[in-house]
Design a protein around this ligand. Structure first.
Ligand code: COI
Length: 357
């Protein structure tokens, strides 16, 4: 049967869970009434797609994911428009990136068109969970885990593809105010040839130690390349951009940086506005020099969860680099307003990025 026409069995419930007040939302602590699930076995391929009440999974303690971490995930959001319609932002890119991660982690590919159909069906069912306050949205977490009960190190023969939904507010407690980032010099997140450009849990587990050791008030750490420890890579929860002498510069994709959907959207918007933008190697030394010369105009991160997050201060050992007097710069503000304007259906979408649910 054509994948797209496959029926999705739906078991509707109302959990009676109270919906959170939308102006008090944190990131990722509350989940909606339903989730999407689909199983894979080497014999049957992906099968039994279903929407069921949100509940704990029944997974064997020897399931391979618990031991060898063979898993991938994605992050996207659904937004409520002023007409109270639900819409997504470039969801095809997330499912395509998921298949890219799947390939790196030896997980069988999903049908991207079918995954989008399943996601829309799930959101339609839980639409009342999309929060309304400004800056809030319904965060979408699709993920795949390896579930074969086996302790040998090999690709699993069984998987679960799951989508859960969470009404969220800002990712950083600073909201859209500038955050403080520490440049990491002891640990590395990943190296070229590793799993850095795949969205897999292990990359995030590897990042925790540096985050834990960073000083009080640091929102995230900035990773440098794992070989020379010289070139800027990403922040882990977002890609980074620096405005230096009138040009916006972001590290070029090199195999160890995640290809962010927001990163790509920022680059497209800057080109559309004729703002010079460069994807290239960018060393920490260049950033420090630009700061000394008064040419470091702005810095910001870009990601689905983080949206556009201005960076007000870079900390490297004893050195503190204040950027744009720790204020949100004009490019970060314009990008934030335009991206969220398109995402929430308040601005025209000249790129056809928005997908109605
Ligand atoms: C996202 O921006 O969706 C991410 O996946 C980052 C995250 C680890 C919260």
């Amino acid at each position: 049967m054509e994948e797209e026409q496959r029926e999705i069995r739906t078991d509707i419930c109302s959990s009676g869970k109270e919906k959170p007040k939308s102006d008090q939302l944190e990131f990722g602590r509350i989940f909606t009434d339903h989730m999407f699930l689909m199983d894979y076995s080497n014999e049957e391929g992906w099968h039994d797609p279903r929407i069921v009440p949100y509940e704990p999974l029944n997974v064997d303690p020897s399931a391979m994911v618990f031991h060898y971490g063979q898993s991938v995930f994605e992050g996207m959001k659904a937004y409520l428009t002023p007409e109270r319609e639900a819409q997504l932002f470039r969801p095809q890119r997330n499912f395509s990136r998921m298949n890219h991660s799947n390939n790196r982690l030896c997980i069988p590919p999903i049908d991207e068109t079918f995954a989008l159909k399943a996601l829309k069906q799930l959101i339609t069912l839980d639409k009342d969970w999309i929060p309304e306050a400004e800056g809030t949205s319904l965060y979408i977490r699709p993920f795949i885990i390896s579930t074969e009960a086996f302790l040998g190190v090999a690709p699993s023969g069984h998987y679960k593809f799951i989508i859960i939904l969470s009404p969220v507010g800002a990712y950083y407690k600073e909201g859209i105010n500038p955050i403080k980032i520490a440049v990491e010099h002891d640990y590395v997140r990943t190296v070229k040839g590793g799993t850095g450009e795949a969205k897999t849990g292990g990359n995030y587990a590897a990042s925790l130690k540096a985050q834990e050791m960073a000083e009080e008030g640091i929102a995230q750490v900035l990773w440098l390349d794992g070989v020379e420890r010289k070139y800027i890579e990403e922040v882990g929860s977002m890609n980074v951009f620096f405005k230096i002498g009138g040009k916006v510069v972001t590290p070029a994709l090199n195999g160890s940086i995640l290809e962010g959907v927001t990163r790509n959207s920022v680059i497209e918007l800057l080109k559309y506005w004729n703002v010079p933008v460069e994807e290239r190697k960018l060393s920490m030394e260049e950033v420090i020099k630009a700061h000394q010369d008064g040419k470091l105009e702005e810095a910001f991160g870009a990601g689905t969860a983080a949206v556009i997050s201005p960076i007000g201060e870079l900390v490297r050992g004893e050195k503190h680099l204040e950027i744009n007097e720790s204020k949100t710069g004009p490019i970060a503000k314009r990008l934030y307003d335009t991206l969220t304007g398109i995402q929430y259906g308040k601005l025209e979408d000249p790129f056809d990025w928005v997908e109605k649910v």
